[in-house]
Write a protein that binds this ligand. Structure first.
Ligand SMILES: [Zn+2]
Length: 154
């Protein structure tokens, strides 16, 4: 389980990241804060695009920032999303983000926190949000898995 203080730290960082959301079309503002195995934080916000398909969720922005900096081990992510203004709802990660996280996170040990505030939040393991999932180990023994294992050791 993740410590209460760590949860609050993540939620604070996600709320701060939400301030940087670029969402001129949906006005749905999302921030995310991803915690590495070593306690480092990477944040992200949703970034929309006039052509729509290039739009990226806050969770994937945080994950890709971290992975591009060499991080491979993650403990938890906090997500704060709501229409512009006050936080009125919980924003669970979309299916694409759940799968993206699955690539690097142990489904049973990785925590997903959705929050309206530091004291109002929901928390689930990735395994609950993405049951019977497909991950890198499905390709065990293949050339792809050998490459993946080497990537993860870096
Ligand atoms: Zn998403």
């Amino acid at each position: 389980m993740i410590a209460e203080g760590e949860v609050r730290r993540l939620i604070r960082a996600a709320l701060e990241a939400r301030e940087r959301s670029y969402s001129p079309y949906s006005h749905y503002r999302v921030g995310a804060a991803l915690l590495t195995g070593e306690g480092k934080l990477y944040t992200g916000c949703n970034i929309e695009n006039a052509a729509f398909t290039p739009t990226v969720c806050a969770e994937r922005v945080a994950l890709f920032k971290a992975v591009s900096e060499g991080e491979r081990q993650f403990a938890a992510i906090a997500v704060t999303g709501s229409p512009a203004g006050e936080m009125t709802r919980y924003s669970w990660p979309c299916g694409v983000c759940r799968q993206a996280l699955r690539e690097f996170c142990d489904p049973e040990g990785f925590w997903v926190i959705v929050a309206k505030s530091e004291t109002e939040y929901g928390i689930r393991t990735l395994a609950v949000l993405l049951p019977e999932s497909f991950g890198p180990e499905e390709l065990a023994g293949t050339e792809q898995q050998r490459v993946t294992d080497e990537e993860k050791r870096r």
